[in-house]
Ligand binder design. Structure first.
Ligand SMILES: [Zn+2]
Length: 589
């Protein structure tokens, strides 16, 4: 049995998966959605301003009610996807969710079809201002939207199509456990535990850990090949149906960032790959090897790696938030005190980490896979930042609750910076300071350069799938080529890395999400720089940024904290901060 103090208490949402409360909620939605449809179907354009506003509010209330049981099902599944009850509930919610979105689809479509004159009239209503960004967000997709019955059909067939492949990917990846020999002893580890060995002091352990992890995926190459090819084919067909010019275009429209700005972000990043290569050479020197292998990138630079008990980690994270602002510390502390965090890795539990914002009236939940490394400590700060963002934006209503995607990583990455600074400020030992600096630089490399590699690979995969099936050899070729651009002559990729693409769930779950990390990291470096320069004067603007949730566009949200993301020199500034960190490291390396 897992240690219950370190598992989350989902009873805060519902007493149990078979509880009458959950049944009552799930059982009511089809009728509620049908009533909503009966009232408004084919009537949206005939409503006057006040009636339109109340329709939006009714729709919003429905979304708020639905999110809790669906999130509950997702949390149970993430905590133990091998459990039959959890699997059944998750499947039931996915099928119900699909039915509900088919029923409610008309609403978005009819809002989209309101002519500009009618929309401008609505815009003049003072109470409408809260929903303008939401409406504009929908209306942007107008040129790419099909007729209602076609949209319903697509949603319906997705269940056995693209969403079934996503589930297969999740279940297969979560089912793996790994055998590895450590100190003469045969051990069985989860994927998270195995990958944490990339921080091991022994070069041989690091090599074997990465190889075993990737080869296990390679053994299932037939499945991964099918999942990736079908995901890309499915998207390609949608692109054609919806008349998108490029595979990344729908993501950019959703992100409200022009295609050219995304391209600019990536090309500025690529022109700075030399910084990463410089760091890898310094690191090779610190490890006393001629050349780094990619399984060595996260190798510890100190004799013995510093590890942190979970209690230590928790208090370090809470205190670093508290130091910035006491209220932030209280909010983060509550996640742990109220048992809304699932801490330790287990077989059947989903890998990685996430924070789930449910709705403005329900506090967020966090999933971790804590193994005690410095990286895991940073992950707590990261997910706590997401949680904090969800709590502070609770002032918004449901349709404005979630931050626009490119800003979704702001509070999390900012939180990591707060932690790093606290650790650096309080640490005297030069060995530990060097480790901290390396960890921060590696982290920036992972969230900027690596995400650009991933996005370039993803683009090529989608583009090439439009001309036919990709073999695993071809996928590996694309993968190694894009990685090779980043590593240059400074890093050698190990043979099993040809499977490096297969486990990255963003490719499957949130297409082209990866460049949002680059965007966020560079934005946060700029914000943090501003905080260091302006001190307390910075705080109200940053608070306003978090508080606005998804009520405004990314550009308008960033402007609240005094940042202009349309300024073309903006991205390079972030890399200048990175160059500064590398210089600082050179002094103590
Ligand atoms: Zn995140």
């Amino acid at each position: 049995m897992p240690n219950t103090a370190l598992t989350w208490n989902t009873a805060l949402l519902y007493p149990a998966p078979d509880s009458p409360e959950l049944e009552a909620d799930l059982g009511s939605f089809e009728q509620l959605a049908a009533d909503f449809r009966d009232t408004y179907f084919e009537r949206i354009s005939t409503l006057d301003n006040t009636a339109l506003l109340s329709a939006i509010r009714e729709y919003e209330a429905l979304q708020t009610r639905m999110s809790k049981p669906f999130c509950y099902a997702h949390l149970l599944f993430a905590a133990d996807s091998g459990n039959e009850t959890n699997r059944a509930l998750s499947q039931r919610c996915s099928e119900l969710g699909s039915k509900l979105s088919q029923q409610l689809l008309f609403f978005d479509l009819e809002l989209m079809e309101l002519n500009d004159e009618r929309f401008d009239e609505f815009r003049s209503l003072p109470d409408a201002s809260a929903y303008l960004h939401f409406m504009e967000g929908i209306r942007k997709f107008c040129p790419h939207t099909l007729k209602e019955n076609e949209e319903r059909l697509l949603t319906r067939k997705d269940l056995t199509g693209v969403r079934a492949f996503t589930k297969l990917f999740d279940e297969l990846s979560a089912s793996f456990s790994y055998q590895i020999e450590l100190d003469g002893e045969q051990k069985t580890l989860t994927g998270e535990e195995l990958l944490s060995l990339l921080h091991h002091t022994s070069p041989d352990v690091r090599f074997r850990a990465m190889t075993i992890f990737l080869e296990r995926h390679g053994e299932n190459g037939i499945v991964y090949n099918s999942v990736f090819n079908n995901m890309a084919l499915d998207h390609g067909q949608e692109m054609e149906l919806r008349q998108y010019k490029t595979p990344i275009q729908p993501t950019n429209i959703g992100n409200e960032i022009p295609d050219e700005a995304v391209e600019h972000l990536m090309s500025v990043t690529e022109s700075n790959y030399g910084l990463a290569q410089e760091y890898f050479r310094i690191k090779a020197g610190m490890l006393k090897v001629d050349k780094l292998r990619n399984c060595d990138i996260y190798a510890p630079v100190a004799e013995a790696e510093r590890t942190y008990t979970f209690e230590e980690a928790r208090s370090l994270v809470v205190e670093s938030y508290r130091e910035y602002q006491p209220e932030f510390g209280d909010i983060v502390d509550a996640f742990f005190a109220e048992r809304r965090v699932d801490v330790l890795p287990r077989t059947g539990k989903s890998g990685g980490a996430f924070a789930m914002g449910i709705s403005p009236d329900v506090p967020p939940f966090l999933l971790l896979n804590y193994t005690g490394t410095l990286r895991d400590l940073a992950t707590i700060a990261h997910e706590a930042g997401h949680g904090l963002h969800f709590v502070i934006s609770q002032k918004q209503s449901m349709l404005n609750y979630h931050a626009p995607l490119p800003l979704a990583e702001t509070a999390s990455v900012f939180g990591e910076m707060l932690l790093t600074r606290r650790l650096l400020d309080n640490e005297q030992d030069p060995d530990v300071r060097r480790s901290l600096l390396c960890a921060k630089i590696e982290d920036i490399i992972a969230t900027t350069f690596r995400q650009t590699v991933l996005t370039r690979f993803e683009l090529r995969l989608h583009n090439e799938r439009t001309t036919g099936l990709l073999s695993n050899d071809r996928i590996a070729e694309l993968w190694l080529e894009e990685n090779g651009k980043l590593y240059g002559e400074s890093v050698e990729m190990i043979p099993a890395y040809r499977w490096g693409w297969s486990y990255i769930s963003h490719f499957i779950h949130s297409r082209f999400y990866c460049y949002s990390y680059t965007f966020a990291e560079l934005l946060v470096l700029a914000l943090f720089q501003k905080y260091r320069e302006d001190g307390d004067a910075f705080k109200p603007g940053y608070h306003a940024l978090l508080e606005s949730g998804g009520a405004l566009s990314p550009a308008d949200t960033a402007r609240l904290a005094g940042i202009d993301i349309t300024d073309s020199g903006f991205w390079q500034k972030g890399y200048d901060v990175l160059a500064g960190l590398i210089e600082e490291l050179k002094l103590i390396a």
